[in-house]
Design a protein around this ligand. Structure first.
Ligand code: SF4
Length: 118
C-alpha cells in the first residue's frame, strides 16, 4: 500500500514538473513572439510589407486575436476581400482594413466574424 502511495506521488510530481515546464516554455515563447511583433521596424522593412500590423499596439493585436484573425485564410472562399466588413484599400497596392478593429488587413486574411458581402 505504501509503495502504491509513493508511486502515485512520484507520478504526480513528474506530471507537475512536465506541466510547469510546458507552461514556462509557452510563456517564454509567447513573450518572445510578442516582443518580436511589437518591435519597431525600419522604414525599409515596413515598405516591404506594409500590411503585417507590426506597428500595432499590444491591445490592437489582442483585439485581432480575439476575433481569430489569420493573415492567410484557411478557407479559400472566405477571405477579407469578400467579407462585408472589409474596408478596401484607399489606393491600389496598399492594405485594406476591417470595420471591427484598427490597422492594416491583408486581402487574403480571414477571421471568425467573416460575413458574405450583400
Ligand atoms: S470581419 Fe474578419 S473576415 Fe471580415 S474583413 Fe474583418 S478581419 Fe476580414
Amino acid at each position: 500500500m505504501k509503495r502504491k502511495e509513493n508511486d502515485m506521488k512520484n507520478a504526480c510530481s513528474r506530471r507537475n514538473f512536465i506541466r510547469r515546464s510546458l507552461a514556462g516554455t509557452a510563456a517564454a515563447t509567447g513573450g518572445i513572439l510578442m516582443a518580436l511583433g511589437c518591435s519597431p521596424r525600419s522604414p525599409e522593412e515596413k515598405a516591404k510589407d506594409p500590411c503585417d500590423g507590426s506597428d500595432l499596439t499590444p491591445e490592437d493585436l489582442k483585439a485581432r486575436q480575439r476575433l481569430g484573425y489569420e493573415e492567410e485564410s484557411p478557407l479559400p472562399d472566405r477571405r477579407c476581400e469578400n467579407c462585408n466588413l472589409w474596408l478596401p484599400p484607399a489606393k491600389k497596392g496598399s492594405c485594406g482594413g476591417c470595420s471591427l478593429f484598427k490597422g492594416p488587413v491583408y486581402a487574403s486574411a480571414y477571421c471568425t466574424y467573416w460575413v458574405p458581402q450583400v
